[in-house]
Design a binder for this molecule. Structure first.
Ligand SMILES: Cc1cc2nc3c(=O)[nH]c(=O)nc-3n(C[C@H](O)[C@H](O)[C@H](O)COP(=O)(O)O)c2cc1C
Length: 443
């Protein structure tokens, strides 16, 4: 696809070195198990994604072992071991050339000056490929690693996150493009009139600035928000370039898409300045039976009791012990840790007529993201339908078995999307913003 005016699907991949988006992905006979802190595995995955011309790879984060109070009951979780994302992305920047490098840094457990500095540095290191997933964090175990008893209330977290993001974005604007003059004759390294203090004084932060990193190639690294609640919509429509979200079906995805686009327009931004990228877990093969067999091999290992306990954690600690696994999935309300998730899981139950046990087992495979099992054409049809009919601007892929489901997608589905004219065949820019065809926020 060479015509810059043609709308191209955005594709990101949520990388985990043990395929841990499916809780038991690491147990597949061909799955890597030693990837979490093995840089060679990450480089191989990044290269696979870059060969397929994906826009970006994304590395999520939790600053704790979740379930650490009861480690003995979570021994099947590969998430016990992980790299710190910015360190990893910096290493990957040296092994890749075009693919965007996005990672999470939660606003509840950091300071905006640190975040502005780290992502501006990554943007320089990578030649303009950095993306910040600006989330508030969601686990009590994280709070307990930062001298707090519990995670702050949802409203407070988002209030702090909004101010946090404004400071980060303000700091990225510290240097004008030509602030560094390097004039050996006059002895002037920089022009002080072109470096600006921020002088921010708000409810949560006092930050004088300026940032001690010069304007980076993208000026403003890509900002991502992840979630689906009203607070996410409010914040994303104000400051984000990309929204990652979990939407299990077409109708919910369309509803979310239209709400976030209208909120963005209300803020005076154009609808295309924000890209909605729901998660997508794909099991693909040349026949549907083969694809289903790939899925079943993992699915059959899930223990329903373990899945229900996992669902309780995903729901922010909702107690499901009063229900039997064969009961219809109960109606659930959002809570302070998880606003949108409980309603979404309840809807999966309602729409599919699933019992609590069935929803819990499905959650182990893809949480409340969309899950598609089928042939190349069926997967491409699904993606095309969402892309062309107001449900998505692209997708955040969630490989369940690493590297198998990542290579399956890149080798089988990407060429089909390209031949349909839905996805470009070459990187056509230098920076992540250019490759995603996102407008500069300063234009
Ligand atoms: C694709 C995706 C990636 C996410 N990555 C992270 C992450 O790395 N760290 C984190 O603490 N939360 C992460 N979240 C969770 C969200 O930040 C948010 O807490 C959750 O989706 C609930 O959002 P809500 O407030 O909109 O209900 C992610 C969510 C999605 C959909």
């Amino acid at each position: 696809m060479s015509d810059a005016a043609v709308r191209s699907m955005n594709l990101s991949v949520f990388l985990t070195a043990c395929g841990n988006y499916h809780h038991l992905g690491w147990r597949h006979p061909k799955a890597w198990v030693d990837g979490s802190t093995n840089i060679n595995r990450w480089v191989e995955m990044a290269n696979i994604a870059e060969r397929a011309k994906l826009d970006m790879l994304f590395i999520a984060d939790q600053i704790a072992i979740v379930g650490s109070e009861t480690l003995s009951t979570t021994e099947n979780s590969s998430k016990v071991n992980r790299f710190e994302p910015l360190t990893l992305l910096s290493a990957l920047s040296a092994h890749t050339k075009n693919i965007g490098l996005a990672g999470t840094c939660a606003t509840s457990y950091s300071e905006p000056y640190n975040v502005a500095r780290m992502f501006a540095s990554l943007d320089h290191l990578s030649g303009g490929r950095a993306g910040w997933n600006c989330v508030t964090g969601g686990q009590k175990e994280e709070a307990q690693n930062f001298s707090l008893e519990r995670h702050a209330a949802h409203e407070i977290r988002y209030e702090r996150a909004n101010e946090f993001a404004d400071v980060v974005i303000g700091l990225w604007n510290s240097f004008e493009e030509d602030a560094l003059v390097y004039d050996k004759d006059s002895g002037r390294f920089f022009d002080s009139s072109k470096i600006h203090a921020l002088n921010h004084r708000g409810k949560y932060f006092s930050v004088r600035g300026p940032l001690n990193v010069s304007r980076s190639p993208q000026s403003r690294p890509i900002v991502i928000q992840a979630g689906a609640s009203e607070a996410t919509i409010e914040m994303a429509s104000r400051i984000a370039d990309v929204v990652f979200t979990a939407q299990a079906d077409f109708d919910s995805a369309c509803d979310f898409y239209s709400r976030i686009k209208s909120a963005t327009i209300t803020r005076g931004r154009c609808a295309d300045s924000i890209r909605v990228m729901p998660g997508l877990s794909v099991f693909v093969a040349t026949t549907r039976e083969e694809a289903q067999a790939k899925f079943d091999a993992l699915h059959d290992m899930i223990d329903v009791k373990d899945a229900i306990e996992g669902l309780e954690r995903l729901l922010g600690g909702i107690d499901l012990s009063g229900f039997d696994q064969n009961d219809p999935m109960p109606a659930l309300e959002g809570n302070d840790l998880r606003k949108s998730g409980p309603g979404a899981f309840a809807q999966i139950g309602r729409k599919n007529g699933y019992t609590l046990g069935q929803v819990a087992v499905r959650a182990k495979a893809a949480r409340h993201h969309c899950l598609v099992i089928g042939t190349v054409n069926e997967i491409a049809d699904h993606m095309e339908h969402w892309f062309l009919n107001g449900a998505a601007d692209g997708f955040n892929l969630l490989p369940a078995i690493v590297p198998g489901t990542l290579t399956d997608f890149c080798d089988l589905v990407v060429p089909e999307l390209q031949s349909r004219g839905l996805f470009r065949s070459e990187y056509d820019g230098i920076t992540l913003r250019e490759n995603m065809r996102l407008q500069s926020p300063y234009e």
